[in-house]
Design a protein. Sequence first.
Length: 410
Amino acid sequence: MKKALAIIAVVAALLAWGTQLDDPLSSDALSLLEKLDRSQDSEAFFYLLGIDAPSNADPIEAGRTLYEEYRKAEEDAGYEIIDGLASERLTRPEGDFFCKSLEQGCLESLFTTDIDLDTLLSEQALLLERVNSLHGYSDYRTLTKPSSQEQLPRYEYISAAVRLQIASAISASRKGHPEVALRELLGNIGVLRRQMEIQDQFVGKMVYLMLIAEHLDVASLVLSRHPGVMVSEAIPPLSLAEKRFDAVMAREFGMAYHTLKELDRHPEIWEIGGNAPGWWVRALYKPTMTINAMTPVYTRAIALSRLEPREFARQITEKQQIPATTSRIRNVAGDILNKMSPDYDGYIGRFSDLDTKIHLFNQHHHHNKKPDEITNPYFEGESAFVSQGRICLTGPLEDKRNLRCLKISP
C-alpha cells in the first residue's frame, strides 16, 4: 500500500512538474528576434524624435533627450516620461490645404485653393528644412523597445512637410511651369521611396506609402491639366527592398514576444486586480509555446511582401488558415491568444496595390495608353476602367485608399 501511494505521489509530482514546462523558442522565432538590433545609435531616429523641437533647438539633441526618457520608462513601468517639447514644440501647419488625401475632393482642392502658396512655403521654411535634413539620412533604425505602450515618432510633421513640397510643385504648375512641377514631384517620390525602404516601424512604412501614392495622384493631375507635357521616363516598379516587411515584421513580432513573455505567471492575467498563483497561471499558459504558434503569422507576412502582384493575388485567393500549433491541453490560455493573432494581409496588399498605381501612371502618362488598353498586373485578361475621375484596377483585396486607382480628373 505504501509503495502504491509512493508511486502515486511521484506520478502526481511529475504531472505537476510537467504543467510548468514550456517549449524552447523555435528557430524562426529566434531568427526574427535576431533582427531587432538596438546596439547602434541612429542619428535619423533621434532627428525624427526631435523634429518638432522649438526653432532654436537642435532636433537631434532634443530627440536624444526624449529617447533617454523612453529608456527610463522601459526599465521602470511606473516612470512618468518628461516630454520637454510638450509645451513649446514647433507649430505644425493646419488648415484646408492640409486635408487628408482620402477625403473627397481633397487633392483637387489643392489646385484651386486661394491660399498664397509662396507665402505658406516661406512661413513653413523651417519645417521643410528639417524634413529635408531628415530625409538626407540613410541610417534609420528604431531604438525603442517594441511594445504596445511604445511612443511613436510624430509622423504627422513629415506628412505636413511633404504636403508643403506638393504646394511648391502646384505653385510651379499654376505659374505655367508644369515641367518644373512634374520634376519636383517625381524627385520627391524618389526620396520618399528611399525612406520607405529603410523604415522598420510599421506606422512609418505606411505613412511613406500613402505619401508616395499622394504624389502619384498629384503628378497625374498636373499632367491631365497640361496635356502637352510628357513623362520622359517610366517610374520603376517597387523594388524588393522597398516593399519587403522583414524589419517591420521583426518589430511587430518583438512587440508580441515581449507582451506574451510579460504574461508568464502574471497574477492579473485573467483580470485586472487578480491574484492568481504563478504556478496555476503557468499550468494554463506557456509563453514560449504561444510565441512559437504565432511565429508563422509573421514569417508568412514577410514571404507575402516579396511577391509580385499576380503571385500575391494567387496566394491571397488560395489562402489557407495558419494552423494553431500550440497544445490545447498544456496551453489553454495560449491557444485562445493564438486565435487572436493579427492579420497582415491587407497591409501587405497596400504595397502590391501601390505597384499597380505606378503601373497605371506609366501606362497612361508615359506610354499614352487608354484605360481599356492597360492590363491588370493582378489578373490576366483584365484591363483598367474609369470610375469617378480615376483609372482603376481590380485586385484580390478591398482598396479603401484608392491605391489601385490613379486620379486623372476632378
